[in-house]
Write a protein that binds this ligand. Structure first.
Ligand code: GDP
Length: 521
């Protein structure tokens, strides 16, 4: 039977420690997927459970791929897509964000905007993803809300439109003023946030004596915001020009119910997606999906490769045969699993907005399209300009086979970009990364997963440009640059610095040298 429940597919993003995991868990709690947050984050070793969604899956009732958490809320299906947990911004995040329709940005009230906050906002802007902003940890002393709003406006160049406004300052949090209804949502502190925090709504007249002064102060600021027209507007929100803001304490579960309501009310549902040729695929059209993440090594017994795809249109039925757009070959999904956990269960059907994990997906790469019916190919997720380069070689030459296999795998997963040239050969590929932490991931996985220690040596390049075959030919052997090739055939030219790149472009006016979008780590 066709599942017509509306979908909300989003990611929670933040600078590390702003409360991404706590919020994820709290969202699931409020959706009553799990009844006690303590089941997940009450353990002594909190960090161990961060993004450990298996614990939540066990806790009942929710489907988890290691890529997405799915639960029901008021007749809607919520798909919360996981973004990479590590602190360095990498291309991973960018790719994963291609699978969502909106994002929830957590900001630590005490710290305000942090480096990762800015980068992630920029990625969302690049991808046209609308952002709901949550100022978190309001139970602790923090910056003034007006100051935070100014910072968002000035540094991110996106207009904050608060939907709630804090009553009582950070650290002496009494609740929030719901700016649309004018009501006071009173906050009740609970022990460790282990149960759903009661949020009592009351009208302005009902605000108690204790809260009266702070309520009035909040009300004045609310009126000030009105004067500045800092009010929610759905069109500018969807266009990424404004961001609705709310105040919360994820640890205390305050604001989480409001956030879920906002997601249902404001966050966009899956929408028509253009293919490379400009044709639109509507959600109700025949099946189509694109791969946004490829993962291997989850099962040490046999090296199975799982490709995570986001459904763009149509109904997915396990067992259906789809076409792989890049090769034109059929791909049988009978091995597909929609749910992945410690025990694999498969869900028979999935719909636009949902994430499916395709097993045995050795032919599928990040960015690939699968479909039935009319051909569609979705645009590749553009890769960022790498700014860090290393040569790689096998640390133990007797394990060269494993080395080659590992590099190949990490390349396909997009952990780093692998650049090759005849000159360097298979023994010494160049690894290119947006953030240096990507190299640590490579070192670790090569050693532990592929059993081949890797030696990395820094290369003195800082700038990469893309050229065509003629350009590659023309620049071969040229001074001050090196020409290499990516797995997808793209010719990449590396330079020591911007100055060299510009000089080469000037000296070779006929050669195409295109810049890649800046990831900026
Ligand atoms: P992540 O790195 O963004 O996933 O952040 P976590 O969810 O792991 O939270 C980092 C730390 O901040 C943890 O110790 C949380 O308990 C704490 N934390 C998260 N939300 C709140 C909050 O609303 N109030 C307070 N006081 N602490 C919080």
């Amino acid at each position: 039977m066709l599942d017509t429940r509306p979908r909300r597919t989003f990611a929670v993003i933040s600078h590390p420690d702003a409360g991404k995991s706590t919020t994820t868990e709290a969202l699931a709690l409020h959706a009553r997927a799990i009844n006690e947050a303590g089941a997940v984050h009450g353990k002594g070793d909190r960090k161990a459970t961060v993004s450990d969604w298996m614990a939540m899956e066990k806790a009942r009732g929710i489907s988890i791929t290691s890529a997405a958490l799915q639960f029901d809320y008021r007749g809607h299906v919520i798909n919360l897509v996981d973004t990479p947990g590590h602190s360095d911004f990498s291309e991973d995040t960018y790719r994963v964000l291609s699978a969502v329709d909106s994002a929830v940005m957590m900001i630590d009230a005490g710290k305000g905007l942090e480096p990762q906050t800015l980068k992630l906002f920029r990625v969302c802007a690049l991808r046209g993803i609308p952002v709901i902003t949550v100022i978190n940890k309001w139970d602790r002393p923090g910056l003034s809300p007006l100051e935070l709003m100014d910072n968002i406006q000035d540094q991110i160049k996106i207009r904050p439109t608060p939907l709630t406004w804090p009553v009582g300052e950070a650290g002496d949090f009494r609740g929030v003023l719901d700016r649309r209804s004018g009501e006071f949502i009173k906050y009740t502190r609970t022990a460790g946030g282990a149960t759903i925090a009661p949020e009592t709504r009351m009208s302005s007249e009902q605000v108690g004596e204790d809260d009266r002064l702070v309520w009035e102060a909040a009300f004045e600021e609310h009126q000030l915001l009105d004067l500045e027209e800092a009010n929610h507007d759905q069109a500018t929100f969807l266009a990424g020009e404004t961001t609705p803001v709310m105040f919360a304490s994820a640890l205390q579960n305050f604001g989480i119910a409001q956030l879920l309501e906002l997601l249902l009310e404001l966050a966009p549902a899956p929408s028509p997606t253009p293919g490379v040729d400009g044709t639109l695929r509507n959600p109700e059209d025949e099946f189509s999906a694109f791969v946004f993440k490829v993962q291997s090594g989850m099962n040490s017994a046999h090296r199975d490769r799982l490709a995570y795809a986001r459904i763009v249109s149509g109904e997915f039925e396990r067992g259906m045969v789809v076409t792989h757009a890049e090769t034109g070959r059929p791909f049988a999904t009978k091995f597909a699993q929609t749910v992945f956990g410690r025990e694999t269960t498969s869900v028979e059907h999935a719909y636009p907005g949902d994430i499916i994990g395709l097993v045995n997906a050795n032919s599928l790469r990040v960015g690939d399209t699968i479909f039935t019916g009319d051909k569609i190919e979705f645009p590749k997720v553009p890769s960022f300009a790498p700014e860090h380069f290393m040569t790689a070689s096998a640390g133990d030459i007797s394990r060269f086979k494993q080395f080659r296999k590992g590099i190949e795998q990490l390349d396909q997963e997009g952990v780093v970009q692998v650049l090759r040239s005849d000159l360097r050969g298979d023994q010494n590929p160049v690894l290119a990364a947006v953030g240096p932490l990507q190299f640590e991931v490579v070192e670790d996985r090569m050693l532990n997963e592929f059993n081949s220690p890797i030696r990395l040596a820094r290369l003195d390049y800082k700038v990469a440009r893309v050229t065509d075959a003629a350009g590659a030919e023309a620049l071969k052997g040229a001074r001050g640059c090196e020409v290499l090739q990516r797995r997808d055939g793209t010719h990449v030219v590396l330079f020591a610095d911007q100055w060299r790149a510009n000089a080469t472009a000037r000296d070779n006016p006929d050669v195409r040298l295109d810049a890649l979008p800046a990831g900026g780590v």
